[in-house]
Write a protein that binds this ligand. Structure first.
Ligand SMILES: Cc1cc2nc3c(=O)[nH]c(=O)nc-3n(C[C@H](O)[C@H](O)[C@H](O)COP(=O)(O)O)c2cc1C
Length: 259
């Protein structure tokens, strides 16, 4: 008959492993709400950074009080009521890939490599007397290794960039990861997205022709491929499938929300 006592050490290892996995599992589940809260806080901070409103001496919640979150129908460029889509709980990334709230992009359309486009998008507004002074837009798309997620803030003329920030990506630190570099980001300030004919004209990195300085943002050395992605992201999100209908409409309304 086999000697059961010979297996004793293995039992204790198994029991220990079981309790450890239980501990790790419950910690992961228990910490999820906190992680989500921190993620939301980080996104708000990045919205404020893009808008040029971030101030480290004040709380994000306090500063965010100056920003209004609205939902826009990307195709028509109109604001959508909270009864149609409430900004709270609206999962924009999920919507992009759903049948109900998004549609797949064709290869020719999908310049930014995002596969699907949502019908509705969140936009963040800085207003004054019901007139939009600054609008902050969520942008995303493929870099070299990963999808880059960020915000870009546009002045009341609906073309001039006031700031950009990236809050999530998997590019190489020191190379593509330099898209987080505040000095590089400050080079976006004052650049114009659209030309006189309302065509998307901003080029990031390698010039494609004789772009004027106002329509050109310098690239980053050692990050040519990531920067190519950023250029594609701008082309897509300020084009017909992105925010162009919304920005054009708002400009024609003189920035008035109710128009
Ligand atoms: C380990 C490794 C990581 C890299 N990470 C990036 C990156 O995040 N973004 C990028 O554009 N290129 C990355 N590259 C590619 C090179 O840096 C490539 O030479 C660069 O894109 C060319 O840019 P340059 O013409 O500005 O030097 C990486 C290369 C290696 C070997």
């Amino acid at each position: 008959m086999a000697d059961i006592t010979a297996y004793k050490p293995y039992y204790s290892v198994l029991i220990l492993a079981f309790f450890c996995s239980l501990l790790v599992g419950s910690a992961a589940v228990g910490l999820r709400p906190l992680q989500e809260k921190n993620q939301q806080q980080d996104r708000k901070k990045n919205i404020l950074i893009a808008a040029g409103l971030y101030d480290s001496t004040r709380t994000v919640a306090d500063l965010f009080g100056n920003i209004e979150t609205r939902i826009v129908d990307l195709k028509s460029g109109t604001f959508v009521s909270v009864d149609t889509v409430s900004p709270e709980g609206f999962d924009q990334l999920k919507a992009a890939l759903s049948e109900e709230l998004g549609r797949p992009l064709t290869k020719a359309e999908d310049i930014a490599g995002i596969r699907g486009i949502e019908r509705y998008s969140r936009v963040y507004l800085v207003t004054d007397n019901d007139t939009v002074r600054r609008v902050i837009l969520p942008i995303r798309g493929k870099g070299l290794w990963s999808t880059l997620y960020g915000y870009i803030a546009i002045e009341g003329d609906m073309s001039t960039v006031s700031g950009i920030s990236f809050y999530e990506h998997g590019e190489t630190p020191g190379l593509g990861g330099e898209i987080e570099n505040r000095r590089w980001q400050s080079g976006w300030q004052g650049k114009k997205i659209y030309n006189q004919s309302n065509e998307e004209a901003l080029v990031v990195g390698q010039k494609k022709g004789q772009e004027e300085a106002i329509h050109h943002v310098d690239g980053l050395s050692g990050a040519t491929l990531t920067i190519q992605g950023v250029d594609d992201i701008i082309t897509f999100w300020f084009g017909e499938h992105g925010f162009k209908p919304f920005l054009t409409r708002l400009r024609e309304n003189g920035g008035r929300i109710d128009g």
